[in-house]
Design a binder for this molecule. Structure first.
Ligand code: NDP
Length: 286
C-alpha cells in the first residue's frame, strides 16, 4: 500500500508544482493587504504595485502607510489607498472590507498578514495578552473573511493567510503567538473543506513561514534564537505567487522538503529537541 501512496503523493507534488506564475495575473486585480506599514506586508504592497494591482493597505501607523502608498503609486500601482486603525477592534476589521466595497465594489484577493506585538520570552501567565493577541491575530482574520465572502464569491477570489512554523510546531517563547497561528490553521483548513463541499470558488492559501529578516522579528529573536533569516522581499513574492496560483499552502524556506513536519508526526520529541538546540538560553528554574 505504501508504494502507490508514495506514487500518488509524488504525482500530486509534481502536478501542483506545474502551473507557472505570471505577474500579469495580478494586473488590475483588487487586493487588500493587512499589516502593510512594515515588514513582509509592506514588501507585498510593493510587489503588487509593480504588477499593476489596485491596493488597499492597512495597519495602525498612518505616517508609515502614507509613505507606502506614495511608493506604491510611484511603482505603478493601478491605485493605492490606506485605512488606518487597530485590528483589536472587530468593527475596524470589517470597515476595511467595507472600504474596498465602496472603492471598488469588488475584491480579488484578501491578504491577512498583520500581527499584534508580542515579546519573545517564557510564558509570563499574562492571560490578558493571550486574549488580545487572539483578537488581533485570529479573530480579526475571521471578521475580515466573513465580511469579504460576498465579494470573493463574486470574483472567484483568494484568501491568503500568513502563518508560521510556530502554527504547525511548538516553539518555546511564543506560546500566545503560536496559539493564534494554530487557530488560523484550524479555522481556515475547516473553511477550505466547506468551500469544496458547497462549490464555493474561493481559494485559501495558508503560508507557513520560517524566520524572515523583518526589523521587528530580528529585534525580537536576536541573541536568543540562532537561525538564519530569509529575505522579506522574496518571502513577500512567494506569498503572492501562492495566492495567485491558488495553492493550498506556501512553505517559505522549508520547500521542498518540509522535513520538520515529517519529523513532527513520527518523532515529535526529536523535533522538539532540535528546536530547543537553537535557543541560546541557560537552563532557568521556574
Ligand atoms: P511586522 O511586525 O514587521 O509587521 C506587522 C504589521 O502589523 C505592521 O504593519 C504593524 O503596523 C501591523 N500591526 C501591528 N499591530 C497591529 C494592530 N493592533 N492592528 C493592526 N495592525 C497591526 O511583521 P512581519 O512582517 O515580520 O510578519 C508578517 C507576518 O508574517 C505575520 O503574520 C507573522 O506572523 C508572519 N511571520 C513572520 C515571521 C518573521 O520571521 N518575520 C516568521 C513567521 C511568520 P502598525 O504597528 O503600524 O500597526
Amino acid at each position: 500500500i505504501l508504494v502507490p501512496l508514495i506514487g500518488l503523493i509524488l504525482a500530486f507534488w509534481f502536478y501542483s508544482g506545474k502551473e507557472d506564475f505570471k505577474p500579469e495575473m495580478l494586473k488590475g486585480k483588487h487586493v487588500i493587504v493587512t499589516g502593510a506599514s512594515s515588514g513582509i506586508g509592506e514588501q507585498m504592497a510593493y510587489h503588487l504595485a509593480h504588477m499593476g494591482s489596485h491596493i488597499l493597505i492597512t495597519a495602525r501607523t498612518e505616517s508609515r502607510l502614507q509613505k507606502v502608498v506614495a511608493r506604491c503609486l510611484e511603482m505603478g500601482a493601478a491605485s493605492a489607498m490606506y485605512i488606518n486603525g487597530s485590528m483589536e477592534d472587530m468593527m475596524f476589521a470589517q470597515s476595511v472590507v467595507k472600504k474596498a466595497l465602496e472603492l471598488w465594489g469588488n475584491l480579488d484577493m484578501l491578504i491577512l498578514n498583520h500581527i499584534g506585538t508580542s515579546d519573545f520570552h517564557y510564558f509570563d501567565r499574562d492571560i490578558a495578552h493571550v486574549q488580545k493577541l487572539l483578537d488581533i491575530n485570529f479573530l480579526s482574520y475571521v471578521a475580515m473573511t466573513t465580511a469579504a465572502l460576498p465579494m470573493l464569491k463574486n470574483s472567484g477570489g483568494s484568501i491568503v493567510v500568513v502563518s508560521s512554523m510556530a502554527g504547525k510546531v511548538g516553539f518555546p517563547f511564543v506560546a500566545p503567538y503560536s496559539a493564534t497561528k494554530f487557530a488560523l490553521d484550524g479555522f481556515f483548513s475547516s473553511l477550505r473543506q466547506e468551500f469544496v463541499m458547497r462549490n464555493t470558488n474561493i481559494s485559501i492559501t495558508l503560508c507557513i513561514l520560517g524566520l524572515i529578516n523583518t526589523e521587528n522579528a530580528m529585534k525580537a529573536v536576536s541573541e536568543v534564537y540562532a537561525s538564519s533569516a530569509a529575505p522579506k522581499e522574496e518571502c513577500a513574492l512567494e506569498i503572492i505567487k501562492g495566492g495567485a496560483l491558488r495553492q493550498r499552502e506556501v512553505y517559505y524556506k522549508y520547500t521542498p522538503t518540509k522535513i520538520p513536519l515529517l519529523i513532527r508526526d513520527w518523532a515529535p520529541d526529536l523535533l522538539d529537541y532540535f528546536i530547543r538546540l537553537k535557543y541560546n538560553v541557560g537552563k532557568q528554574e521556574d
